[in-house]
Design a protein. Structure first.
Length: 218
């Protein structure tokens, strides 16, 4: 999607999923097999390739095939990878482009769900040194990369992939925060400093755990 990001999204298709969160700037691979989401992907590929990932509210199981309640904050993504598998099934990869708040859900017209949503921008409460904060976060990621049994170089590259601090926090959140509720809370948090503190604490916790598991050095 080129050009400036819109402030509103009209008739945005949502893909409700349990325990799945799409962060801006992050990649999300999905296997699409349900008929309604085959329709969604087909229509998205014929248009702007936009799909929003909406996390289902607890208790969705009884109405999964209907219209179960979803979280109000979603991750809007664009299809950047599409592998048709036959019968409308496909493997796709979404790249997150924005956070958005659902304002209205439409009724009828398509087999999948459509909403109007408002873009949510990063917020900065108070003053802080963004360059210094970014350097600290990159340093923490580097320290973690040294402790990981695999994937360390990928993490180092990821930590250097985003010059913007808010974007960097988002891609590290996507890569390192595993608890679904924590991930959704980070998606819903607009203040960059708050997200930064949460992710830095997450990295520090993992570092401490990996360090303690190594045992005392000789």
């Amino acid at each position: 999607m080129g050009g400036e990001r819109p402030s509103r999204w009209a008739n945005l298709p949502i893909f409700p999923l349990p325990h799945v969160t799409l962060f801006p700037h992050a990649l999300l691979p999905l296997h699409v097999f349900e008929p309604r989401y085959r329709d969604l992907v087909k229509d998205a590929m014929a248009g702007e390739r936009l799909i929003a990932i909406a996390s289902l509210q607890p208790g969705f199981e009884s109405d999964y095939h209907g219209r179960p309640p979803v979280r109000g904050i979603v991750g809007v993504g664009q299809v950047v990878g599409h592998e048709p598998l036959g019968d409308g099934r496909a493997n796709i990869v979404l790249r997150g482009v924005a956070r958005a708040r659902i304002e209205t859900e439409h009724r009828g017209g398509t087999s999948y769900r459509l909403v109007d949503a408002a873009t949510l921008d990063d917020e900065v409460a108070g003053e802080y040194d963004g360059d210094s904060a970014r350097e600290t976060l990159v340093l923490l990621a580097d320290q973690l990369a040294l402790k990981l049994p695999s994937g360390g170089e990928t993490l180092r590259e990821l930590a250097r992939s985003q010059p913007d601090l808010g974007a960097l926090v988002d891609v590290l959140s996507a890569a390192l925060v595993t608890d679904p509720d924590d991930r959704q809370e980070l998606l819903e948090t607009l203040d960059v400093q708050t997200r930064l503190d949460r992710v830095a604490n997450e990295i520090a916790t993992v570092l401490a755990r990996l360090t303690s598991s190594e045992g005392p050095s000789n």
